[in-house]
Ligand binder design. Structure first.
Ligand code: ADP
Length: 367
């Protein structure tokens, strides 16, 4: 049996998944929380693995690959230096990934380590979608563009959607809504992403668990100049105390719904702002694609929250989108259709599996 170990070293946790890339079976997975020492965390990961027999490679999820790193990459010292160099673009994400990679290479020096980048799928976004309308020289000097994130998931889910519909990936126009704690939308025309909601950092776009998503940059300069907040405080506020949590006091949608049921107005507002933004992006992507074949919900909220799916797409029959309430409410955990038979646009729920996609990318790299 051949296995791949997938590691996702974040700012406060290390997630691991030992899986069998052919069958997609996960043998063991887990998360080490409250990480301060990556050596200790990695030691705990390896202690949790049943066996390293048959381990082919270690796949590392890396959030930001910048302009240069977009193919799954066999890691050497230069790759690590390149990822480190990108840290200013992803200060919350790339430094822990580098620490995780360094420690994992020390523990398993004989094995190939592969980096798979969250930005990769969106590397070739059309310039009209990738560029911010700012001073060209500033943008070029500082590598400011829209990179997009969750790319591994958007790609995997859109491929699964094509499989589900028994249609070639290249033949479909798709909208993918990855709604987890982080949330992003993408428009994919014939297997090629033409827009995505996250930008230079994973802060742009949809309302998220704790991130604001789109915000007028004037708010930031105002808070800095007039409210005298430091850049760090503003960044922390926008990343950790905003979004659904900032408005409604809850990160988890299950808790948010409970509060809404008790008549909690803050929770209701959080939900309404979340849905409003989501509908704006869906509308925008319907217009960009011109003709949409399939809309797919994925990740924690997208896979589990029937109310979010219903409210995101209600009243769009005139645009060819009609949900079947019964199918939408069925609490199944497999890929499934939730649109009415007569709905011209097919709506799907597909569980994402970024770990499996990373494991398979490792196998591809190693030939
Ligand atoms: P991450 O972005 O951290 O990978 P996930 O994709 O796992 O996040 O999504 C986690 C979120 O999914 C939770 O915070 C919660 O809001 C939501 N979620 C999970 N299960 C359910 C459920 N049964 N109903 C509604 N929301 C859920």
């Amino acid at each position: 049996m051949t296995t791949v170990l997938v590691l996702n070293s974040g700012s406060s946790s290390v997630k691991y998944d030992l899986l069998e890339p052919d069958s997609g079976t996960s043998l063991v997975s887990g998360v080490i929380e409250r990480v301060t020492d990556y050596r200790q965390a990695l030691t705990a990961v390896f202690a949790a693995l049943p066996s390293l027999d048959g381990l082919l490679a270690v796949g590392h999820r890396v959030v930001h690959g910048g302009n240069k790193l977009y193919r799954p990459t066999l890691i050497d010292d230069q790759t690590i230096a390149d990822i480190e160099e990108l840290s200013p673009l992803a200060p919350l994400h790339n430094p822990p990934a580098v620490l995780g990679i360094k420690e994992a290479r020390k523990v398993l020096p004989g094995l190939p380590h592969v980096a798979v980048f969250d930005t990769a799928f969106f590397h070739d976004l059309p310039p009209a979608a990738a560029e911010y309308a700012i001073d060209r020289d500033v943008a070029d000097t500082w590598n400011i563009r829209r990179y997009g994130f969750h790319g591994t998931s958007h790609r995997y889910v859109s491929e699964q959607a094509a499989d589900f519909l028994d249609a070639p990936w290249e033949s479909l126009n798709q909208i993918v809504l990855h709604l987890g704690n982080g949330a992003s939308a993408s428009a994919i025309a014939g297997g090629r992403p033409i827009d995505t909601s996250m930008g230079m950092t994973p802060m742009e776009g949809l309302v998220m668990g704790t991130r604001s998503g789109d915000i007028d940059p004037g708010v930031i300069t105002y808070l800095w100049r007039t409210a005298k907040m430091s850049v760090e405080d503003i960044e922390t506020m926008l990343n950790r105390r905003s979004g659904v949590f900032g408005l409604g006091g809850e990160i988890d949608f299950r808790a948010l719904h409970k509060r809404i049921e008790t008549g909690d107005e803050a929770a209701q507002l959080a939900y309404d702002v979340y849905i409003h933004r989501l509908r704006k992006y869906i509308g925008a992507y319907l217009a960009l694609l011109g003709n949409t074949d399939v809309i797919t919900f994925t990740a924690g909220v997208g896979e589990n929250d029937a109310a979010v799916r219903r409210d995101a797409l209600s009243g769009l029959t005139s645009l060819g989108i009609e949900i079947d309430e019964q199918l939408n409410d069925a609490p199944e955990r497999v890929a499934r259709r939730i649109s009415a038979e007569r709905s011209p646009v097919t709506v799907l729920v597909i569980p994402t599996d970024e770990e499996l996609a990373i494991a398979r990318a490792c196998v591809d790299v190693l030939g």
